[in-house]
Design a protein around this ligand. Structure first.
Ligand SMILES: [Fe+2]
Ligand SMILES: [Fe+2]
Length: 190
């Protein structure tokens, strides 16, 4: 498989892990406990930076190549670039909402809940769509040379949260994720 495709799939797996953490924080909030705002801020920070710099651009390159090679296959995927803009806006709104609540702007609980829920749902839907409709079509219609060309164009910026070296601002989040996953696994097997 092309290097870029395995990177994209790994990024999807990692995003899915984060969405689970986010859902857990939202459940705390809904049960009237305090969510961990530091975690929420770090998740919002991640989703408003790394995917726009490194994940969506790789997919956009593949999508544009697919359009060239087989326009009807690209059409079946839909307007991927527009979806990325939409996801970026939702991520921005998620970040702004977390910030407002932290700075104690009056906001009904239901409004906070709705923004986070919508972000989680649409982000998941988008990744599922790509797994079901986009990656397979790209594999079917792009040549080895196309993949090599794309691999050469993608940025080699490392994932600041899940990559080999975690950025300081994400260290707590990464440790928490690993701890929760361990606890989850222990709970499932015990
Ligand atoms: Fe995407
Ligand atoms: Fe994606």
């Amino acid at each position: 498989m092309a290097e870029v495709l395995s990177q994209l799939q790994e990024e999807h797996r990692n995003a899915a892990r984060l969405l689970k953490v986010l859902e857990h924080q939202l459940a705390l909030f809904d049960s009237a406990s305090q969510p961990d705002y530091e975690i929420l801020t770090a998740i919002a920070e991640y989703f408003t930076t790394f995917p726009d710099r490194c994940h969506h651009p790789k997919e956009d390159l593949i999508y544009r190549k697919l359009k060239e090679r087989n326009p009807s296959a690209a059409e079946a995927v839909g307007d991927l670039e527009a979806e990325h803009e939409r996801i970026a806006e939702l991520a921005q709104r998620f970040r702004d909402t977390v910030k407002s609540v932290m700075y104690e702007t009056e906001m009904p609980r239901s409004a906070f809940d709705a923004v986070l829920r919508q972000f989680i749902a649409e982000q998941r839907q988008h990744m599922e769509m790509e797994a079901e409709r986009f990656f397979g079509r790209a594999i079917a219609h792009l040549s080895e040379a196309d993949w090599a060309e794309i691999d050469a164009q993608v940025s080699d910026e490392q994932d600041p949260l899940f990559g080999a070296a975690t950025a300081a601002e994400f260290e707590k989040l990464r440790n928490d994720i690993l701890r929760w996953e361990e606890e989850d696994e222990a709970a499932a097997s015990g």
